[in-house]
Structures are given as C-alpha cells and as structure tokens.
Design a protein around this ligand. Structure first.
Ligand code: PMV
Length: 286
C-alpha cells in the first residue's frame, strides 16, 4: 500500500504561534510517499539507510509504527520512504513522513482509522520525538489546504511561492532562544508577538492582494530579525533580493531553514517554486 502526504510552509506567525498568536500555514505540492507491506520483521528503508525499528535513524517512522501497533497487532512490516521534501528545512518533512506512514499502515492492516484519528496519532508521534509541538504540521499534512490558526479558518492562496534553502536549522534551539528573550524582556516580546499576530490576521484578510501580502512579508521578517531568529546569511540574501524588488521572509523556526516570497514570474537564484496544495494525505494508486 502506498500513501502520500504534503509538506507545509508557514506564511506568517511562526514563533508567535507558540504563545497563542495567529499563524497562516499552507500545505505545499512537495510530498512524501510511504510504501508499506506486511512482512515477517520490521524493516525501514529511506535515504538515511535501512534499519529495523530505530528511534535514532528513523525516529518518526519508528514511533509511528509503535503508536500504530496500539491499534493493530503488527508482527512485521516493510516501510519504504521517498520524499520530495528536504529534511530539516522547515517544510514539514517529518510530519509528512509520519502521516503518510500512518495512512499506509491504516490501509495495509485494515485498521479503519479516520483521518482525524491519523492526525491525532501523528501529533502524538511528533511529541514522542520532539517533546513538545504545536501540532500544526501533522494537521496540515493530514488535511491539506491553507489555514488560519488557531481559529481553523480555511482559505485559498491564489499564487505560488519561491523558496530558497539556506541550510540546516534546529527548531528547538530557536524556540528556546526566543523563550529566553521572552523571559528577559516579557513586555517587549509580547509587543512583538502582538504585532506578528496582527500581521497574520491582516494577511488573512488581504490574501488576494499580493501587494499587501508582500508588505506584510517584509514587516514580519523585520520582527523575526528582532526576536533573533534571522542570521547574517539570511539578512544578506534578503537585502540582495530587495535590490531586485523581491521581498522574502523566513518560513519556520529560522536560524537557517528556508526563506520564501511570492513568485511573480522571475525565479531568484537558487530558488525553487512551490504551490499551495489543497489535497492532504491520500492513498496512491499502485
Ligand atoms: O520547525 P519549523 O521550521 O517548521 O517551524 C517551527 C515553527 C515555530 O513556530 C517556531 C514552532 C512551532 O512549534 O510552531
């Protein structure tokens, strides 16, 4: 059985969303495919290698199998992963691996889990691996589409984006860096988070107006720089793009990862183009 699930891009509101503020997030047309077959033993194949149940090399798949075996007795299974989503880039590769594996397991073993149940198990897997998590990635990967969090309002995005990968990043490092600043300057940081909150709401209202969305991308990037999650490399890249009239911001945790902006017909150097994706996790025809 083969299932696939999309990655995601945070358009606005990263970090502020950790403190209960609004964020806009879209599923993207990069997907992870999981092929699952009943077998005598557990085997996991991916570009990281071939292992058994291995919580170091394949943490998300291993916890997905472990959590799934609470629903269906599972002696052995072979899982093969193929993904378009660069790992560690903030584009939701971990959630897409988890959700596609769970959806394929559900079909292969006739477990009868609903989409909501698959999403909930994926959320638990994310917590198993990361300790804490907002649950946004598994939700987007399961259901697809573009959403305003935490209100759960769905919307359509009428354009594509360019994305530039700027290197590995650590979400937990960035989240704790922001938490330290928040501890030291609670009022200052609350002010910035409230500004980011307004940006997300304003962008939701003006999503059909790319010019306004570009203004908001630029303001949000300045605030992300303010809370210490940009890097000299990202600042340099963004200022170079500005010289060409292109605006961009970090997507996700920062400290590396990816930057993105609205695609308007000119592909910046080293960029790839992604489209918002309506379809969530699905069974693939074999
Ligand atoms: O790990 P990433 O790059 O997809 O983004 C994390 C987003 C944060 O807001 C920083 C953390 C979170 O859990 O929402």
């Amino acid at each position: 059985m083969i299932a696939s699930a999309p990655g995601k891009i945070i358009l606005f509101g990263e970090h502020a969303v950790v403190y209960g503020k609004h964020a806009l997030v879209s599923a993207i047309n990069l997907r992870c495919k999981a092929e699952v077959k009943k077998s005598g033993e557990i085997r996991i194949h991916s570009k990281f290698g071939t292992t058994g149940l291995d919580f170091e090399v394949h943490p998300y798949i291993s916890f997905a199998i472990k959590r799934f075996s609470e629903f269906r007795d599972l002696k052995g299974v072979e899982v093969k992963i193929e993904s378009d989503i660069p790992p560690g880039s903030g584009l939701g590769s971990s959630a897409a691996v988890t959700v596609s594996t769970l959806m394929a397991l559900n079909e292969e073993f006739n477990a009868g889990l609903s989409r909501e149940e698959i999403c909930e198990i994926a959320r638990k897997v994310e917590i198993d691996v990361q300790g804490r998590a907002s649950g946004i990635d598994p939700f987007i990967s399961t259901f697809g589409g573009s959403w305003l969090f935490p209100d759960m309002e769905k919307f359509l995005v009428p354009y594509s984006f360019f994305v530039i990968y700027v290197g590995e990043k650590s979400t937990s490092e960035m989240v704790s860096k922001v938490a330290k600043l928040k501890e030291k300057y609670p009022e200052v940081m609350e002010g910035i988070f409230n500004a980011i909150d307004s940006i997300s709401i304003e962008a939701y209202r003006r999503i059909n107006d790319p010019k306004s969305v570009k203004d908001l991308i630029s303001i949000n990037q300045s605030l992300l720089r303010g809370i210490g999650v940009s890097t000299p490399e990202i600042d340099y890249l963004i200022s170079k793009l500005e010289e060409e009239g292109i605006v961009a911001k970090i997507t996700g945790a920062g400290g590396g990862g990816c930057i993105f902006g609205i695609y308007e017909g000119k592909i910046p150097k080293n960029a790839f183009i992604i489209k918002p994706e309506l379809e969530g996790a699905k069974i693939e025809d074999t």
